[in-house]
Design a protein. Structure first.
Length: 108
């Protein structure tokens, strides 16, 4: 182990002072700064810092479109389920027929 230690020079963290003119300029949530920077964490604990300019630039990205163009079409999940009325009526008739058969079997 070395006995000689050298002092390292520290450098200050750059800060910026903003003068707010009105209470409405304060951010609405605790994770946002008055300049618009958002702070967040992932479920694993990784810290994420989103710059307001970056987020505004991302809103015009093709990935930000809803729904994405490459999303598979799954009826009832990613697209509305389409059931033709005739098909629904057929299913209802089958169910009623099954109930009638079950009633006749119980009578025997």
């Amino acid at each position: 182990m070395s006995t000689k230690t050298e002092k390292t020079k520290s450098c200050p963290i750059p800060t910026r002072v903003m003068q707010l003119k009105d209470w409405s300029q304060l951010p609405d949530c605790y994770s946002q700064t008055p300049g618009g920077t958002l702070f967040s964490t992932t479920p694993g604990g990784t810290r994420i810092i989103y710059d307001r300019k970056f987020l505004l630039d991302c809103r015009n990205s093709p990935i930000a479109r809803t729904p994405p163009c490459c999303l598979p079409q799954i009826p009832g999940v990613t697209v509305p389920a389409h059931h033709p009325l005739a098909k629904v009526q057929e299913l209802n008739e089958e169910l009623e027929g099954d109930k009638d058969l079950a009633g006749k079997v119980n009578l025997l």
